[in-house]
Ligand binder design. Structure first.
Ligand code: ADP
Ligand code: MG
Length: 343
């Protein structure tokens, strides 16, 4: 504890493939932005987060919109570091003159390599952290969703992000079984986009496809079929055009990514020890991440697996809230950390 330790801020970051959130110890969530960077002629950063996302699909040729973590790995180390630096400085905004390098806890997907783990730690330290630690996302998600990770009980969490879906069974602060697939909400958007192009000769943008998913996408039929109007470019005439799609055709269009997620859960259950599997039969599976908000996903999975499935409260915040809880209770939860490094 140094003289200026009261100026020290501990922060937790959910560096998601789609969204990044920052939690400041003692304060709560202070940043919630898309993990998007707008880059000018491939080197200087023009905008990060919300501002960059607004530009997506609308930029001139010399500006590129990058999602540096799109597939759950750090595709672009340099851009990731710049994005991290922006989020850290935004979170610590009012610290001004007396700023002391923060201790930073970052959530990472399971299945990232040692090299990638080191890269995230280095990025946090280059971005100004005095000390950086990692926590695996499903562990953070489970803690954030309020699962009893400390107990000798099997808790299963499925964290459904933009680029990845991660499944884990946790008992006594450790992950006993895990399965991670690089399929998530992005693949659903992609499937919707492809469906509309093939069936209506209409080219739509990724953001439009995501809007369709959020408005009428479902994994289990709505009580009454819903419809939504989408606009794009007619591939035959080349002119702008609008069509109306319904929730049942959208549900069918995302069958494939839903199947991959279902198989990942099954694969994880197959490697779960029987005593813990018995706990999951009793307590069910907890869904976290933005994908958990897809209508009827709980019902779809529950029917397919014959197990209870629950959706976390505020699924988009589980990882950062869990990592924040670890910061607030480091003495009892230190064991859940994956790796640390000092500047
Ligand atoms: P990540 O952790 O990878 O950053 P998030 O947990 O932030 O991902 O979730 C982002 C994903 O959740 C995106 O694919 C987004 O389209 C999806 N999503 C957000 N809200 C909804 C919704 N209401 N219905 C379906 N999908 C949603
Ligand atoms: Mg996430």
């Amino acid at each position: 504890m140094g003289l200026f330790s009261f100026l020290q801020k501990d922060i937790a970051i959910d560096l998601g493939t789609a969204n990044s959130l920052v939690y400041v110890k003692g304060k709560g969530i202070v940043v919630r932005e898309p993990s998007v960077v707008a880059v000018y002629r491939n080197n200087t950063v023009l905008a990060v987060g919300q501002e960059a996302r607004r530009m997506a699909g609308k930029t001139p040729a010399d500006i590129t919109i990058i999602r540096p973590l799109k597939d759950g790995v750090i595709a672009d180390f340099d851009i990731t570091e710049k994005m991290l630096r922006y989020f850290i400085s935004k979170a610590l905004d009012n610290q001004g003159f007396f700023r002391v390098g923060p201790r930073v806890l970052v959530g990472i997907p399971v299945g990232v390599t040692e090299v990638e783990k080191r890269a995230v730690l280095d990025a946090a330290i280059h971005a100004g952290a005095k000390e950086a630690s990692l926590i695996e996302e499903p562990m953070a998600a489970a803690i954030g969703a309020g699962l009893p990770v400390v107990e000798a009980t099997g808790s299963m969490v499925v964290d459904l992000g933009g680029g990845t879906s991660e499944v884990a069974v946790i008992s006594m602060k450790g992950m006993v079984a895990t399965k991670s697939v690089r399929v998530g909400g992005d693949e659903m958007n992609e499937a919707i986009l492809t469906y509309i192009r093939k069936n209506y000769n209409l080219m739509i943008g990724e953001r439009t496809a995501e809007e369709v998913k959020i408005r009428i996408g479902c994994a289990f039929p709505f009580p009454e079929v819903r419809t939504h109007e989408v606009s794009g470019r007619d591939l035959v005439t080349g002119l702008p055009k609008s069509i109306t799609v319904d929730s049942e055709e959208i549900r069918h269009s995302i069958t494939e990514p839903l199947g991959v997620i279902l198989d990942a859960i099954k694969a994880c259950l197959e490697t779960t020890p029987p005593e813990l599997a018995a706990d999951i039969v009793d307590r069910g599976i907890m869904l976290t991440g933005g994908g958990a908000l897809l209508y009827g996903l709980d019902r779809f999975l529950s029917d397919a697996l014959g197990l209870p499935v629950l959706v976390a409260e505020d699924p988009l915040s589980c990882v950062v809230m869990g990592a924040g809880k670890v910061l607030e209770n480091l003495d009892t939860l230190r064991q859940v950390l994956a790796l640390s490094k000092r500047a």
